[in-house]
Write a protein that binds this ligand. Structure first.
Ligand code: ZN
Length: 154
């Protein structure tokens, strides 16, 4: 268990240090702003849709290591996916990080998340769950284009 945690921690630190897709998309078709005032995490997410597929995605902004690494992992996970697949990933990821402390998460569910599973441990730190979900909500807001800006506090 601690070995797994250490591996996950390294993955989070690595994504924080060299975030993937950390760029503004000049030819974006969708974008949204996400803000977590409790921690000060603030990101902008750009998407380029090609039909139903997320052909490209980028993000910029700043925040804590959890928020930045989760944004990096989110962009890696949904790039090339369809809107439907991205929404399914969001749901699965969200259900894992929202699992109550003490409740068992099936091993295969975490494994099916790939590197996103590294953030499953944030459920033990309720204040950080918003950090870990901010980029996903921002991506979702950009996709639906219902709101240009999302906040974890309404
Ligand atoms: Zn944060």
């Amino acid at each position: 268990m601690s070995e797994v945690n250490e591996l996950y921690q390294q993955l989070i630190l690595e994504h924080n240090k060299s975030p993937r897709n950390f760029k503004k998309l000049e030819n974006a078709t969708h974008d949204a702003d996400g803000y977590n005032p409790l921690c000060g995490d603030h990101y902008h997410v750009w998407l380029k849709l090609d039909g139903d597929t997320i052909a490209d995605i980028g993000f910029q902004g700043s925040g804590c290591a959890i928020s930045k690494s989760s944004a990096s992992m989110m962009t890696s996970a949904v790039k090339g996916a369809t809107i439907q697949e991205a929404k399914e990933m969001l749901e699965k990821y969200h259900s894992v990080i929202m699992t109550k402390i003490g409740d068992e998460i099936p091993e295969e569910k975490i494994e099916s998340l790939g590197s996103l599973g590294a953030l499953a441990g944030v459920r033990e730190f309720p204040a950080r769950i918003k950090c870990a979900s901010l980029a996903w909500h921002t991506m979702n807001a950009a996709l639906t284009q219902k709101e240009k800006s999302v906040s974890t506090e309404n």
